[in-house]
Ligand binder design. Structure first.
Ligand SMILES: *Cc1c(COP(=O)(O)O)cnc(C)c1O
Length: 387
């Protein structure tokens, strides 16, 4: 039997990206906030139609910078979507504040606006919504709640580069948007991220905070004389290298092409897998589009997910559990419960999703998946329930 490996995720990096890296080597400035970083930020600004875009080392850094520039401090509560890679809750802990984990909607996996409203207290300062696995949250409803209570909204669009909500690009749907260009996301420079903001002063503050609290060393080097950079405030080193920025400029050129390929894979999966009783496929509301960082199938409780995963992996087909129910993780121990999120965490299975999948790969995955589920159903549970 031949086993061709079909990866769960795979970055689409090729010759053009290599050429761009070679140019950076020749330029002599591989570090951050140089000409490549500047060009990338200009590009992001116009692509997203935002006041400013700051290139940073990853989305975790982007979220940390968002919390810092918004002045979130100990004693504050920030409402955070529970079902996600738990980076948003981490960023709240990093500034000594309390993440208040809130449940998600069963059909989209995005933060439940009613649960957000119910979680607001006098200590609440803001909301971090997550575009779950590439699908934007309900920003109109969230913004209304935020306006009513004087809260900020931060959009964690780590998985959603290329998605839209009411025709606007994910990442520009709140006062601060955070992007990821990690190797497992739709566009990638290995590691990378960005902070997008509607407020130019906020952008400048974030840029300084991403660079030890001083301005761009590259820019200072272009000035006549001996300018000594001034440390004007607190800051980390969260800069994106110009090597990564150069790769990302190529990836942004390829955004439509790479997204179209993911959408084609998702459409084919949905076509082939929809309408079954042992699993459900993702639902995309009509007012938004999905960037398909992951394609998640929700298995019926009768299906043994770990056994399905074992069967798929034995055939060289990648799969994963997807996101986490943050409140179940020891780092975020809380009395709050988020039953929908916990349920998705138990039942969701991510099947291969990336731009390099062929038509026959997709068919192989579907065939293997259907087979694996059918052989790993606990019929006694069903029988027990029917009796
Ligand atoms: C991947 C991911 C992050 C972290 O992104 P990095 O660029 O790896 O730091 C943050 N939030 C969400 C929702 C993610 O999926």
């Amino acid at each position: 039997m031949t086993t061709t490996r079909i990866d769960l995720v795979r970055a689409s990096l090729g010759e053009r990206e290599l050429q761009a890296v070679a140019e950076v080597f020749r330029s002599g400035w591989p570090a951050g906030q140089g000409p490549q970083g500047k060009a990338l930020e200009t590009r992001l600004k116009s692509l997203y139609n935002v006041a400013d875009a700051v290139a940073v080392s990853n989305c975790g850094a982007a979220l940390d910078l968002a919390m810092a520039t918004l002045g979130v401090s100990p004693g504050d509560e920030v409402i955070v979507a529970d079902y996600t890679f738990p980076a948003p809750a981490q960023s709240v802990l990093h500034v000594g504040a309390t993440p208040v984990l809130v449940d998600v909607l069963a059909d989209t996996g995005t933060i439940d606006p009613e649960a957000v409203q119910a979680a607001v207290t006098t200590r609440t300062v803001g909301i971090i919504a997550v575009d779950t696995l590439g699908l934007p949250a309900d920003y109109d409803e969230l913004q209304k709640i935020a306006d009513r209570h004087g809260l900020f909204v931060v959009e964690d669009a780590a998985c959603a580069v290329g998605a839209t909500y009411h025709g606007k690009p994910a990442g520009s749907l709140a006062e601060i948007g955070c992007l990821s260009f990690h190797g497992r996301k739709g566009l990638s420079s290995g590691e990378g991220g960005a902070v997008l903001t509607a407020d130019p002063d906020r952008g400048q503050d974030v840029r300084r905070r991403s660079s030890f609290g001083i301005g761009s060393i590259f820019e200072l080097g272009q000035v006549v004389g001996l300018p000594i950079p001034e440390f004007t405030g607190p800051g980390h080193n969260y800069k994106l290298s110009d090597i990564a920025a150069a790769i990302l400029r190529v990836q942004l050129d390829r955004m439509d092409e790479l997204l179209a390929r993911r959408v084609a894979v998702a459409d084919r999966y949905t076509e082939m897998l929809d309408g079954q009783d042992l699993w459900t496929v993702p639902r995309v509301p009509a007012d938004r589009t999905h960037a398909w960082q992951s394609y998640m199938v929700t298995l019926d409780p009768r299906v043994d997910r770990a056994a399905v995963a074992t069967d798929l992996r034995a055939q060289g087909i990648g799969c994963g559990h997807g996101a986490w129910a943050t409140h179940t993780q020891p780092a975020f121990a809380t009395d709050r419960t988020c039953p929908v999120s916990a349920d998705l965490f138990r039942r969701n299975l991510a099947i291969p999703m990336h731009a390099e999948l062929s038509v026959s790969d997709v068919e192989k995955v579907v065939q293997a998946f259907v087979q694996a589920v059918r052989t790993n159903v606990d019929d006694r549970t069903q029988a027990g329930r029917l009796r």
